[in-house]
Design a protein around this ligand. Structure first.
Ligand code: SF4
Ligand code: ZN
Length: 328
């Protein structure tokens, strides 16, 4: 026998939210996901009236759900939205998602700007994978380094003052574990979601979906008919993140709500670390600080090659490009 929705008591439930024990119908489930994102945005003052928000949209479920949620729920604040998409140059994979994003954006009436690695850095991911001198230079770390810079550049060019990304609660907990196991305690403090201005352009980065389970975003996308790419990238490396992801999913099956508890604890730890004397006064984090570089110091300085903010003499993008082009 089907269960009734615990919220409206009218419709049949389609989802059991294990960690709260609630049965929800499609309508109430969709509303609850949108409400959670809205609550996160307001709790951390992520978006305010008049902001121009560049939404990083890759074509996956999280980023498309984010765009849909921002479009549907922020009528009161009414920010200007622009979808920005990075084309890494991965043949047969990225082409499909570019089409998905383009069609979805035109359907909901949001401008979509695309920028490619080739245009910005003179090299595509396909080419980078061909010429990388060693497999030790992992595909995802190269790609991530270039993508973060590409998102900054395209956002600046659109005049945006906020960059919104689709990171979810699972991503947040995994990132904490990665930093913890890498012994990178300071970086944990930087993950506290108060929007921090960084770089010279005064851009803020926000993650409005950080309190929503990945699983619920898949369901949200399905129940709101958002077409999203399911095919995996051919260069996806089996990073430690995948190991933590699998482990956390197993734990969640046995102990529903454990990820949410972990999220709440991490938030408190991150807040304490952010406010600790070592970190205060460092509200201007540089782009490179936020990447996975070996950070020498948090001093604000410029890359000697590209003149972008960097915590090292040479920024991670220029270093990666040097490694790729040396001897080629
Ligand atoms: Fe880039 Fe790795 Fe994502 Fe592929 S899986 S798009 S290589 S970050
Ligand atoms: Zn540089």
């Amino acid at each position: 026998m089907s269960k009734r929705c615990n919220k409206c008591s009218k419709n049949d439930a389609i989802y059991l939210r294990q960690y709260s024990g609630e049965f929800l119908c499609k309508k109430c489930f969709v509303k609850s996901v949108e409400y959670k994102a809205k609550r996160t945005i307001s709790k951390f003052s992520m978006i305010k009236h008049g902001d121009r928000v560049a939404v990083a949209v890759s074509g996956g479920k999280d980023s498309l759900a984010l765009l849909n949620i921002l479009k549907n729920t922020l009528r009161g604040i009414d920010p200007e939205l622009i979808a920005i998409t990075v084309d890494e140059g991965i043949q047969g994979y990225r082409d499909e998602s570019l089409d998905i994003v383009k069609n979805f954006c035109s359907m909901i009436g949001v401008e979509n700007r695309v920028v490619s690695f080739s245009e910005l850095f003179g090299i595509s991911m396909d080419r980078a994978m061909e010429i990388r001198p060693s497999e030790k230079i992992s595909s995802c770390s190269m790609c991530g380094t270039f993508r973060r810079r590409a998102i900054d550049l395209i956002s600046e060019s659109t005049g945006a003052n906020v960059i919104a990304t689709g990171h979810n609660l699972d991503d947040y907990v995994q990132t904490f574990l990665i930093n913890l196991f890498a012994g990178d305690v300071e970086r944990i403090g930087w993950t506290y979601p108060d929007p921090v201005e960084y770089g010279t352009g005064g851009l803020k980065k926000i993650k409005p979906l950080m309190e929503i389970y990945e699983k619920e975003l898949v369901l949200y996308a399905i129940h709101t008919n958002i077409p999203f790419q399911t095919e995996e990238c051919p260069y996806k490396d089996e990073s430690i993140r995948s190991a933590f992801r699998a482990h956390l999913n197993n734990l969640e099956k046995i102990h529903p709500g454990i990820k949410y508890n972990a999220y709440n604890s991490i938030l408190k730890i991150a807040k304490r670390l952010k406010e600790s004397p070592k970190n205060t006064g460092n509200t201007t984090l540089t782009t490179t600080n936020l990447s996975s570089d070996n950070v020498i110091s948090q001093e604000h300085r410029k890359c000697e090659l590209c003149n972008r903010d960097s915590s090292n003499k040479i920024c991670s993008v220029c270093r990666t490009l040097n490694i790729l082009t040396e001897g080629n």
